[in-house]
Design a protein around this ligand. Structure first.
Ligand SMILES: CC(C)(COP(=O)(O)OP(=O)(O)OC[C@H]1O[C@@H](n2cnc3c(N)ncnc32)[C@H](O)[C@@H]1OP(=O)(O)O)[C@@H](O)C(=O)NCCC(=O)NCCS
Length: 336
């Protein structure tokens, strides 16, 4: 994503070493995290903390210095999982676990989440692989809402931590990255396979949406959903089957043959099955969008970097067509 080509073995080794070098966030970050209320939503914690990194790395404002930019990119990619893991530990009243540089990117993240401070951690290879695949599938997806936000903010030449905090805020919404959390809540609210037809009837009557279905661009089965669904079965062999899977499969079965969904070309998207995997791994729904943000971070910074290298790039400034009233006289406050 960042370089346009797959790395050579030597380049990959150097990159992994660079990420490991930049993994530890600045010392003040743990204090900042401690200041959040214990029931703070991890996504709010994540976006605020990423924004706070801007104050720790003031040199990141030198955005046209390639070497400097590479350092900030490595910091963001390396520290996003640490901040995500710390926000999870904080929300669960658990002590922070420092990143283990000897583990893979996904394995290191699992260790910070589910390991013990100071104790060695060996990730389950199936879960480590599944998480890696989920990160890859979420890495980039052209001009979605959050990536447009990253570019829009970055076009004002803000530093990458500020821009990424804004992109994260865009991802937070339930119509974008928040959809995987909304899917799990929807499945839990449906409760059993028997309730699926009634739920579908309500959706068709305009009482809510079938979360995890439909996409602004894909008007066919989201290819990422196919890969994630296959991974779900592998993960469940390790963790045990998530009972909500049966509800999801029944929703998909009915929706794919129902005229309402067929005519509107509404198919499962990336969020429909990912939450089931995350929950089976032990995450609470509030953490799902943070997982999306960690996976999307390399894509956000790659898009930001591409934009900065574009000589024709100007500040984002959409125009508007004014449809309001014509000229009006000012009415003093006491006469309104
Ligand atoms: C993703 C999403 C915002 C894309 O929206 P969009 O392409 O702009 O589609 P629209 O909102 O214009 O909807 C088109 C029609 O399909 C319906 N529709 C779209 N998604 C729907 C859903 N998930 N459930 C039920 N109906 C849906 C709309 O009600 C509308 O029906 P109408 O023509 O009778 O008014 C939308 O499909 C959605 O809200 N999905 C659920 C949230 C989700 O899973 N988001 C993650 C995206 S990766």
């Amino acid at each position: 994503l960042l370089n346009g080509e797959l790395p050579t073995a030597a380049a990959l080794e150097a990159w992994e070493a660079e990420l490991a070098e930049h993994t530890a966030p600045p010392a003040g970050i743990k204090n900042l995290l401690d200041g959040f209320h214990s029931d703070a939503h991890p996504m709010g914690v994540f976006l605020s903390t990423v924004g706070a990194l801007s104050t720790h790395y003031p040199e990141s404002k030198q955005i046209f210095d390639e070497d400097n930019r590479r350092t900030q990119v490595a910091r963001l990619i390396a520290q996003a999982p640490v901040i995500g893991a710390y926000s999870y530990r904080r929300a669960n009243g658990l002590p922070y676990v420092d990143p283990d540089p000897s583990l893979s990117f996904a394995g290191r993240f699992l260790g910070m989440l589910f390991g013990e401070p100071g104790a060695p951690y060996t990730p389950n290879p199936v879960l480590e692989r599944a998480l890696d695949i989920l990160f890859i599938l979420h890495a980039d997806h052209e001009q979605n809402c959050s990536t447009s936000a990253m570019r829009g903010i970055g076009s004002s030449q803000a530093d990458p931590f500020a821009a990424l905090a804004g992109a994260t805020a865009a991802l937070y919404g339930p119509l974008h990255g928040g959809a995987n959390e909304a899917v799990l809540r929807m499945l839990a609210a449906i409760g059993s396979v028997d309730n699926v037809p009634d739920f579908i009837r309500k959706v068709k009557a305009g009482e809510g949406r079938l979360m995890g279905f439909g996409h602004r661009v894909y008007k066919s089965y989201d290819p990422r959903a196919t890969v994630i669904k296959a991974q779900a079965y592998r993960v469940f062999e390790v963790t045990g089957r998530n009972p909500l899977l049966d509800i999801a499969i029944e929703l998909e079965r009915i929706a794919l043959q129902d005229d309402y969904f067929v005519q509107r070309r509404l198919y499962p998207n990336v969020d429909f099955y990912s939450g089931l995997i995350y929950e089976a791994m032990g995450f609470k729904p509030a953490m799902f969008t943070v997982l999306f943000a960690i996976g999307r971070t390399p894509g956000w910074v790659a898009q930001w970097q591409e934009m900065l290298r574009d000589k024709d790039q100007k500040i984002a400034r959409p125009r508007q067509i004014y449809l309001g009233a014509g000229e009006r006289d000012y009415v003093p406050l006491d006469q309104r």
